[in-house]
Design a binder for this molecule. Structure first.
Ligand code: AMP
Length: 280
């Protein structure tokens, strides 16, 4: 596996792949790879002749009081995992190679970043859209793969590609979970043993919400109240949001209809955890 740090070098290599008729699969990550990442990376491996994975903890998507400084990393372990999957190129730039001191251009995702996590992480999706736009220009993918776990991110990228005419196919892959339902996340390492146990409530709350919808509940507030009670009674009291939303616009619905997104974000100890379920 080739490891490249310089954007220009990566771009030149991608150009040569394209020139020789290869299709490029690309998976952007922030590293500390777990089975959620690896399932996406394996799929990208199967579906493309060249596989590029990026590891870059993007400073401009973190808020002032967020976990940029302590974001977990294990680059040696990541390299081993990527090599064993048969990844062709790891793009692993530094912040200063990605952003000049006077960097001034940003991609503004508009309305879609005003809902769900966007309300609690101002500027986050602008940072995400900007880095993904840069990564697309650098790696020139045929297909780029994202996880449903970060649903709002995936939808924003899909919309960016559509509205700004990026020549990339965006593929959204299912959420990979621990046996008790907790969505895998690099941030799960922040949880103590006791917090880790409580964290399984998130998926149970989402499943209960889904069950209520499937059995005919039409009032989103009833579903939210039930889910909130579940979280509170399991000691999860710092809830950013529980949202029952239109999966396209991400706006909260006033009456339940399908397709439907149930999404939540909570804080447990030092970790901010998100999860969602899509009801088709
Ligand atoms: P991150 O390193 O957290 O930025 O994640 C990189 C990519 O992996 C994003 O597209 C995430 O949505 C995806 N991802 C992270 N965790 C999971 C998971 N548990 N299941 C599926 N995809 C995931």
């Amino acid at each position: 596996m080739e490891i490249i740090k310089h954007p220009k070098e990566m771009q030149d290599l991608s150009k040569s792949f394209i020139k020789s008729g290869k299709d490029i699969g690309f998976v952007p990550t922030m590293g500390f790879l777990h089975e959620g990442h690896l399932s996406i990376i394996r799929r990208a491996r199967r579906e493309n002749s060249v596989l590029i994975v990026s590891i870059f903890v993007n400073p401009i998507q973190f808020g002032e009081h967020e976990d940029l400084d302590r974001y977990p990393s294990d680059i040696e372990g990541d390299i081993e995992k990527l090599s064993s999957i048969g990844c062709d190129v790891l793009f692993h730039p530094t912040s200063s190679l990605m952003y000049d001191k006077r960097h001034s251009f940003y991609v503004d995702p508009g309305q879609l970043s005003e809902h769900l996590c966007g309300r609690y992480r101002p500027g986050h999706f602008r940072g995400v859209a900007t880095v993904v736009a840069k990564l697309f220009n650098i790696t020139k993918p045929t297909r780029a793969y994202f996880g449903q776990k970060d649903y709002q991110q995936a939808i924003i990228i899909r919309k960016m590609v559509e509205e700004l005419n990026f020549d990339v196919n965006v593929v959204i892959c299912p959420t990979v979970r621990e046996p008790d339902g907790l969505a895998m996340s690099s941030r799960n390492v922040y949880l103590s043993e006791e917090e880790r146990k409580r964290a399984s409530t998130l998926y149970r709350a989402l499943k209960s919400g889904e069950e209520m919808v499937l059995s005919g509940q039409s009032d989103p507030n009833k579903v939210k109240e039930y889910m909130e009670d579940m979280l509170l009674s399991n000691g999860i009291s710092k809830i950013d949001y529980i949202s029952i939303a239109d999966p396209e616009t991400l706006e909260d619905v006033v009456e339940i209809k399908r397709p439907l997104l149930i999404a939540l974000a909570v804080h447990i100890g030092r970790a901010r955890l998100i999860d969602n379920i899509l009801i088709e």
